[in-house]
Design a protein around this ligand. Structure first.
Ligand code: HEC
Ligand code: HEC
Ligand code: HEC
Ligand code: HEC
Ligand code: HEC
Length: 378
């Protein structure tokens, strides 16, 4: 009994900490926009004392962070063509709650879609750092003559902070087809990145921030992910084994991915190709999630998952290995391989106008020497 009540208190305290943080951040897991009143919420420039109304206003002092963020997918979360194209297909206000989350509450800005504040900045400095004229940070700096007034939001150093937008459930089918209905979530994950991360042993040593927010440099904010060729290239290792004279096994190992891959967006797939030295395609494998439409129950998601071939979250070694078998019988000394991100897996997303040059990224390729047939395998 004593133990029970203690753990109840601890659970309560944990929820309090998170809900206090969410209260300051005005996060609602995508159910609502983040209300932002320019006159009451903008923090003041430490020197000019003028309100800082856009991410550009942070650039004068945080130049490198600004440049890094400017190149990131967070900056492009509203403007990028793949998003714009798919939003045309499913024109729900709900999408904006994560892709252009700030909503003006005082001034009406007719230039901005549905009154979103600086939609073109997507997930901006202000989205993550500014409310109530204060700069949000996980731990206030100590000192008398600080540049900013701060508010302490401990969750900012946790994966839960990212999970506000990177972990959410499918809305009901009704939410999608009835334009007047409010968004109601089912209990089935639509993007499950935080949930996958919690299944990975890497969570003991790393978090979202350490791999995506501050990589390779102090204060990076480049948020490398599925559009970053270099980070993708480094995240996989490819080897080849010969099982018999004409039977081969291609092995792909993930290197430091602390969740499934592909993870978030449903239309994403990874393609692996094996080719002859003169680029004749021998085999292609597509790793993704496959769905069929739900045409019935309005309280269930509009799509039902039927197959998932993506890399699962890594086990104790921090790695996941997938094996791909193929047959090839001509003489030769090597194969070629190619790995692609396909942002619009064509089997589930046929409509749209994004050209193949923007929807397909070749991120890794190379040669694989063909091993001799070993005597014991005959
Ligand atoms: C005139 C210069 C200046 C401008 C403009 C400015 N900052 Fe800062 N910022 C600083 C300085 C200096 C520090 C170092 C800590 C301090 O003195 O408060 C800092 C620290 C920070 C920190 C880190 C706090 C910590 O705990 O490590 C954050 C976050 C931050 N700024 C965000 C912003 C954002 C967001 C904007 C734009 C809305 C912005 N800053 C605009 C000068 C500036
Ligand atoms: C997706 C959310 C997000 C966006 C967008 C974002 N930041 Fe941050 N930023 C964070 C988080 C989380 C931290 C770590 C907070 C902590 O642990 O206190 C951080 C840390 C910082 C720090 C402190 C770095 C240090 O010394 O440790 C500064 C300064 C900062 N951000 C400025 C900016 C500026 C300027 C922009 C826009 C160009 C920006 N941030 C955009 C989430 C974000
Ligand atoms: C141990 C490091 C590590 C941790 C921790 C980690 N990631 Fe990743 N993440 C990676 C790597 C490596 C990739 C694959 C390389 C790439 O996409 O450029 C990746 C890819 C991604 C992608 C792009 C996925 C896609 O399908 O294209 C997103 C989004 C992402 N991570 C978000 C998160 C979030 C949110 C968290 C925390 C819940 C997190 N990551 C935790 C290393 C990490
Ligand atoms: C306010 C919502 C929001 C928050 C908070 C947020 N993100 Fe994101 N993030 C997005 C959206 C929306 C995208 C998709 C951008 C696009 O490609 O259109 C994205 C994209 C990314 C990508 C690039 C994925 C790719 O495939 O290129 C990474 C990596 C990432 N986020 C990591 C993080 C991490 C780490 C945190 C926490 C420190 C975080 N995000 C917090 C909304 C958010
Ligand atoms: C709760 C937050 C949230 C909502 C609501 C949301 N998204 Fe996203 N979306 C994300 C995140 C986070 C990513 C990045 C995932 C990744 O990279 O794996 C993303 C990625 C995408 C991408 C991939 C973009 C790229 O650069 O490849 C598209 C397209 C997209 N979303 C469209 C939509 C549409 C259309 C809606 C509304 C029907 C929507 N999203 C609603 C959070 C959200």
């Amino acid at each position: 009994m004593k133990f029970l009540s203690l753990s109840m208190i601890m659970i309560f305290a944990f929820f309090c900490k998170n809900s206090q943080s969410n209260h300051v951040l005005r996060f609602s897991n995508g159910l609502n926009p983040i209300s932002f009143d320019v006159s009451k919420d903008s923090a003041l420039n430490p020197v000019s004392k003028k309100p800082m109304e856009s991410s550009k206003d942070c650039a004068s002092c945080h130049e490198q962070i600004y440049k890094n963020w400017e190149k990131s997918m967070h900056r492009q979360s509203f403007t990028n063509r793949i998003y714009q194209d798919s939003h045309k297909d499913e024109p729900l206000d709900w999408c904006l709650n994560c892709h252009a989350p700030l909503k003006q509450t005082s001034i009406v800005n007719h230039n901005s879609e549905n009154n979103r504040y600086h939609a073109e900045e997507g997930v901006s400095c202000i989205t993550c750092h500014v409310r109530n004229q204060k700069i949000l940070t996980s731990k206030k700096m100590e000192g008398d003559s600080l540049a900013h007034t701060y508010d302490e939001v401990p969750v900012m150093k946790e994966g839960e902070f990212c999970g506000n937008c990177h972990q959410f459930n499918w809305p009901t089918r009704k939410s999608f087809i009835d334009p007047n209905s409010t968004i109601v979530y089912t209990n089935i994950p639509m993007q499950n990145t935080l949930g996958e991360y919690k299944l990975s042993k890497l969570k003991k040593t790393r978090n979202c921030q350490s791999c995506h927010l501050f990589p390779n440099s102090v204060k990076s904010h480049t948020f490398p992910g599925g559009h970053d060729k270099k980070y993708l290239e480094e995240s996989f290792e490819v080897t080849l084994e010969r099982i018999s004279i004409d039977h081969f096994k291609l092995m792909i190992k993930t290197n430091g991915i602390a969740h499934a891959f592909p993870t978030g967006d449903l239309f994403r797939s990874m393609r692996i190709r094996i080719l002859t030295p003169n680029e004749f395609l021998i085999n292609e494998w597509i790793l993704n999630k496959d769905f069929i439409p739900n045409k019935g129950n309005l309280n269930q998601p509009p799509k039902i998952l039927v197959a998932d071939t993506s890399f699962p979250p890594p086990d104790g070694t921090g790695e996941t290995i997938k094996e791909f078998h193929f047959q090839y019988s001509n003489n030769g000394t090597e194969f070629k391989f190619e790995m692609y991100m396909d942002y619009l897996n064509p089997t589930s997303h046929i409509q749209g106008s994004v050209p193949i040059s923007e929807s397909l990224l070749l991120f890794k390729k190379g040669k694989l020497p063909i091993p001799p047939v070993s005597a014991d395998k005959g």
